[in-house]
Design a protein around this ligand. Sequence first.
Ligand code: SAM
Length: 212
Amino acid sequence: MRKKHKKIAEVRTFKNVFDYKNENVEEDLKKYFNNENTFIAELGCGQADYSINLALNFPSKNFIGIDRKANRIWNASKNGTNNNLNNVAFLISYVEKLEEIFKTIKFEEIWITFPDPYPRNGSIKKRLTHPRFLSIYKNILLKDGKINLKTDDDTLYNYTLKIIKEENLKLHFETNDLYSITDLPFEYTIKTKYERMHLEEEKKIKLISFSF
Ligand SMILES: C[S@@+](CC[C@H](N)C(=O)[O-])C[C@H]1O[C@@H](n2cnc3c(N)ncnc32)[C@H](O)[C@@H]1O
């Protein structure tokens, strides 16, 4: 517990970490990257395995890992620094705040990696593919920008497919058993901390890629 408090106190001093509570956070992020490259976001990134591995493989793109928990961003930040990455930054923020933050930065792609599934009917509004979140994503994505969801959870997977149909969105790819497919593109095969735990429990990994 003490370690967690230390991380929370320290994380905001790291040069690749930004906080939504800072007034000029979008400008600060632009100064940090200092280039015209395209942006990709990872929501609920935890230790940001997707952002880090994508950043290593796509040096001419900018990545932002976003999580509401400062101690998780501490781990993500160390991970980025240990890999000498200057094309990845981390933002302590609620997904709910992203529309307010990103007025000029627009994303080419959003990754939602193993979000809390909120399986109970009473908490449907908290699912990160609920229409209230989709309207936020629409405002921070470039035209034709993609949303990619990876999950182990059947309810969230089926719910997201239902929403894509109801909202008339474009479905690019979907599977309820990712690793039954051979020749997957690299970006589908990155394994996050939670993904590795689910795989150890022999759960099937689901992936959905869609746009507006
Ligand atoms: C189950 S963990 C998955 C972490 C990581 N993506 C992985 O696959 O290892 C879900 C993460 O989403 C974050 N999260 C949940 N709801 C969020 C929200 N509304 N805004 C920002 N982060 C959120 C949590 O703090 C947590 O780190």
